[in-house]
Design a protein around this ligand. Sequence first.
Ligand SMILES: CC(=O)N[C@H]1[C@@H](OP(=O)(O)OP(=O)(O)OC[C@H]2O[C@@H](n3ccc(=O)[nH]c3=O)[C@H](O)[C@@H]2O)O[C@H](CO)[C@@H](O)[C@@H]1O[C@H](C)C(=O)N[C@@H](C)C(=O)N[C@H](CCC(=O)N[C@@H](CCC[C@@H](N)C(=O)O)C(=O)O)C(=O)O
Ligand code: ATP
Ligand SMILES: C[C@@H](N)C(=O)N[C@H](C)C(=O)O
Length: 427
Amino acid sequence: MNIEQLYSIYEQHRSVQTDTRKLKANDIFFALKGGNFNGNEFAAKALEMGAAFAVVDEAAYFTVPDKMMLVDDALTALQQLALHHRRQLNIPFLAITGTNGKTTTKELINAALSAGLKTYATAGNLNNHIGVPLTILSILPDVEIAVIEMGANHQLEIAAYCQIALPTHGIITNIGKAHLEGFGSEEGVKKAKGELYDFLRDNNGTVFVCNDYGYLLDMAKGIPHIITYGSSDADYVGEALADSAFLAVEVRGNSQVGFIQTQLVGAYNFPNVMAAVAVATYFQVPEKDIAPAIAHYAPSNNRSQVIRQGSNTIIMDAYNANPSSMRAAIENFAGIQAPKKILLLGAMMELGADSLKEHQELVHLLERTHWDAVVLVGGDFKKVNHPYIFLENAAEAGKWLQQQQYQDAYILIKGSRTTGMEKVIAG
Ligand SMILES: CC(=O)N[C@H]1[C@@H](OP(=O)(O)OP(=O)(O)OC[C@H]2O[C@@H](n3ccc(=O)[nH]c3=O)[C@H](O)[C@@H]2O)O[C@H](CO)[C@@H](O)[C@@H]1O[C@H](C)C(=O)N[C@@H](C)C(=O)N[C@H](CCC(=O)N[C@@H](CCC[C@@H](N)C(=O)O)C(=O)O)C(=O)O
Ligand SMILES: Nc1ncnc2c1ncn2[C@@H]1O[C@H](COP(=O)(O)OP(=O)(O)OP(=O)(O)O)[C@@H](O)[C@H]1O
Ligand SMILES: C[C@@H](N)C(=O)N[C@H](C)C(=O)O
């Protein structure tokens, strides 16, 4: 493949698509293979639908030579094109990884930076081997700073994304227990996420580190430029104020940022907010504009969303779940003052050999607090000892909740993506 040739086609259109179901006129279509389809089969259709060009990797589908390029592997071509594009962009690239809060931190940073700079940030959760190159190829030449989310469920994944995104700056939000099936252990998570720090250490990079997490400071040793944020002794210091379900933050010190009333539930969002304060201030966004920008951000897609239903307040946190985010959500919920507190918790996935132990530990955590009701739903919750109600799936949990006719209750709903706990309030 001639990457220069492909890049000159890209420069004419600057819009790349891997899915005919989302195709727009003049997109360049990359034919990827997945678990269900062979994208090559859609290449000719993509051109009929108005795609400007198609990149295929099977000769049998190379049917329109003047509008197609045949490559060895279309995914590799996509990644190489992204790297080539990255090299043309002489702007800061901030990479974000970590166990919990990547998307929220990325959205908060995007909001805060956008108050002063033309910013491009990963759309939604496009954070993997396909999503990272698609993100980079969406960055137009007038963008002043890029924010790239990187997800992973196995070793060397983040290292590979760094070789495409070439980050100049980085954040690891935190290290916790998730995707243990692929990472092996929490140490394995640390090693895998630490690949971002390794890249920045070797490339004269800059990291933003939460000073409240000693383990991150240890991991960051040797990185040339370290900027800290947190609740004390940091370059950017703030205090979490929790007068309501929603987090408020007072930024202290010389900062002009001041008071931030967020639309985020949970004290666990404090470091996410402070990361945005630190990054935006560092990149010289006018400080008076940072708090309003952060305050404006409201989470969607079941990421700790607050939903009022009649007199009930629902914390819908059904986007994902793992032992560390479950712990954070339960401890936060325990601290909320409410007349009645109900929990409906779906099972946690991708925990491998630790799964039963982690579900059992969660039960022990729940037992430390008095709740009005606890419902455990599906998966490995079926196999552990607990004094609570167990239901097989989210639909049953939804029926149970309707039957209770709760009034004035606070209800926490959380679980792994595949448990679909959002369905609890769908009917
Ligand atoms: C390959 C692909 O993009 N698949 C998407 C597709 O899936 P589908 O099941 O329909 O088909 P195939 O994958 O078999 O299709 C092959 C190709 O054919 C295209 N195609 C198919 C039908 C058709 O009519 N026309 C077509 O052109 C198709 O588009 C393929 O290119 O559609 C699904 C529904 O929209 C998508 O969900 C699916 O996307 C996959 C999952 C994907 O990886 N998308 C990336 C762009 C992405 O970034 N997705 C993120 C989620 C990332 C994530 O899970 N991150 C993890 C950590 C990373 C782990 C990493 N190791 C990993 O395994 O991913 C995290 O914890 O955050 C997102 O969508 O939010
Ligand atoms: N700093 C944090 N500490 C612990 N849990 C958090 C933190 N921030 C967010 N969470 C939890 O993680 C959930 C998902 O948040 P978010 O989507 O920002 O994380 P993510 O790391 O991007 O997840 P994913 O890897 O699945 O994309 C939230 O709804 C909340 O329960
Ligand atoms: C949704 C995906 N990014 C994720 O976090 N998966 C875990 C296993 C979950 O859904 O909880």
